[in-house]
Design a binder for this molecule. Structure first.
Ligand SMILES: Cc1ncc(COP(=O)(O)OP(=O)(O)O)c(N)n1
Ligand SMILES: Cc1nc(C(=O)O)sc1CCOP(=O)(O)O
Ligand SMILES: [Mg+2]
Length: 212
């Protein structure tokens, strides 16, 4: 089963990305989505080539945002695709059954479609406004998650759902109570001066009800 915490990388240069990724891995993140927007293919490849062995060293899962060809070329563990990116079923055909494919959703119907098309996990958001992403879908808030997760249960649709968008430590408990599997975060980890402590606190809350 996937970790309950996914870190989505930030940084406008290869150096800043690498620094942020290294810090997050060092502080205990074991699932990374490399999100390097509006870059040349060459720079994205250069970054991915450096991130892959780093993730191997930290035994972290490494998925790529948006770029299907880069995912295959670099042999990453998978990809995250949005509602206007490559379709999930096309990505599945291209990448094969062993790669992890995540899909963005904002509604119950988005999730239904993703499941039909062979998606492995859902990034459901935004929870609240965030500056990290432009052109946000309608904000869901806690009630949005509650309604969608109830509908999934009623329709016996089982897929790990990750909340995303402006999430802070204090949001984790109420979000987990809606039935989500975990969270995907960017800003709180990138900006934290105490990353190890924060990640530990996030994981304590995310895994609080798991009996080992
Ligand atoms: C886990 C997760 N959920 C949602 C997104 C957003 O994907 P997308 O809508 O394609 O937006 P960009 O991230 O590509 O700007 C995500 N990346 N990860
Ligand atoms: C990449 C992304 N996708 C979103 C969506 O709603 O689909 S919100 C978002 C940004 C997540 O970063 P932060 O934790 O800094 O808000
Ligand atoms: Mg995308």
């Amino acid at each position: 089963m996937y970790s309950k915490l996914q870190y989505i990388s930030q940084g406008e240069t290869i150096e800043k990305q690498l620094y942020n990724i290294h810090q997050a891995l060092d502080a205990g993140c074991n699932w990374l989505q490399m999100r390097f927007k509006n870059q040349t293919q060459k720079d994205a490849f250069t970054l991915a080539e450096a991130v892959k062995p780093l993730c191997e060293k930290y035994t972290a899962n490494f998925i790529v945002n948006d770029d299907l060809h880069l995912t295959k070329e670099i042999d990453a563990d998978g990809i995250h695709l949005g509602l206007t990116d490559t379709k999930i079923d096309e990505a599945r055909t291209f990448l094969g059954p062993s790669k992890v494919i995540g899909g963005t959703a904002n509604t119950f119907e988005d999730i239904e479609n993703h499941v039909k098309n062979g998606c492995d996990y859902i990034g459901l958001g935004p929870f609240r406004f965030t500056n990290t992403k432009e052109k946000l879908s309608p904000i869901l808030g806690l009630s949005g998650y509650f309604d969608i997760l109830q509908k999934l249960k009623k329709n016996k649709i089982e897929i790990p759902v990750y909340a995303i968008g402006g999430i802070t430590l204090r949001d984790v408990n109420p979000l987990m109570e809606t039935g989500i599997h975990g969270i995907a975060v960017s800003g709180i980890i990138t900006e934290s001066d105490e990353k190890e402590k924060l990640i530990q606190q996030l994981n304590e809350k995310l895994y609080a009800n798991i009996i080992v």
